[in-house]
Design a protein around this ligand. Structure first.
Ligand SMILES: Nc1ncnc2c1ncn2[C@@H]1O[C@H](COP(=O)(O)OP(=O)(O)OP(=O)(O)O)[C@@H](O)[C@H]1O
Ligand SMILES: O=C(O)c1ccc[n+]([C@@H]2O[C@H](COP(=O)([O-])O)[C@@H](O)[C@H]2O)c1
Length: 228
């Protein structure tokens, strides 16, 4: 008989995947799913940004982006939704979200901030970025077209990011379980050249975006007339 699969426990590392999710797509969902498996996360919390700090106004409202994230997570017990950034009347700075989560979850629960390579590249421009390492681990996935691929670290990182990561780098997911925060771990995911901007462009130009995102999300976009 096969051994029982390890059940996710309430104190295991919690993955955090923030994004504008304009709209959420299969790149985001595979990122969450593959991070959960590769890093041994109990669950992954999707956190739609209410007011994304470093981009112009999204093409759909925060409430629509939250609704689409809820639809995308439906049926996957490994995912949960956090509406805190949508509800907050301020820019969606990750440090502030991590402080809120530490208040909610306590100082000991391992938190793993999941970033695609493009987001990670921009980390030194984030609000209080150096403090993030004190509140969460960071896991970085490859993304087609972006340079800081795990296998080429640290050569492809900017000097300040390389310096910040130097003593934090790990390739062992056990390190993410044994401490609440502080490690940086690159991991490989199935390369998917899907982006929300591609989907917005396709829909805006009257083309099909089917099979790039869940059908339920595509139906929502259609019934609410988004991105036209
Ligand atoms: N195809 C993908 N592969 C790996 N990571 C991804 C992918 N798409 C998005 N991500 C990651 O998901 C997070 C949220 O991304 P975001 O919501 O900005 O989506 P996006 O597709 O990059 O959007 P846009 O095209 O509007 O810039 C970021 O960390 C980003 O790097
Ligand atoms: O905290 C910051 O200063 C900060 C700056 C840029 C982006 N972020 C977060 O990074 C995630 C991805 O952002 P975006 O714009 O690529 O969708 C999302 O959760 C944002 O809130 C955070």
């Amino acid at each position: 008989m096969a051994p029982p699969t390890e059940q996710p426990d309430g104190n295991g590392p919690l993955g955090l995947l923030g994004g504008t999710f304009d709209p959420i797509h299969l790149g985001h969902l595979r990122l969450a799913e593959e991070a959960r498996e590769a890093l041994g996360l109990a669950r992954v919390r999707l956190i739609p940004a209410g007011q994304p700090p470093h981009r112009s106004e999204p093409g759909s409202t925060a409430d629509d982006r939250l609704a689409m994230a809820r639809l995308a997570a439906t049926g996957n017990p490994g995912l949960e939704i956090d509406d805190g950034e949508v509800r907050a009347e301020r820019k969606s700075y990750t440090m502030l979200t991590l402080e809120r989560l530490r208040t909610e979850l306590g100082p000991q629960r391992p938190l793993v901030l999941i970033l695609g390579a493009d987001a990670f590249e921009g980390l030194p421009t984030w609000h209080r970025w150096q403090e993030i390492f004190g509140l969460a681990h960071i896991a970085v996935a490859n993304r087609p077209g972006y340079s800081p691929h795990a296998r080429r670290w640290p050569a492809t990182l900017s000097p300040e990011l390389a310096a910040a990561c130097q003593d934090r780098h790990t390739a062992d997911p056990a390190d993410l379980r044994h401490t609440p925060a502080g490690h940086v771990m690159p991991f490989d995911m199935t390369p998917l050249a899907i982006s929300a901007s591609l989907i917005r462009d396709l829909i805006g130009n009257g083309h099909s975006a089917r099979y790039l995102l869940p059908d339920s999300v595509l139906d929502y976009i259609g019934s609410h007339g988004l991105y036209r």
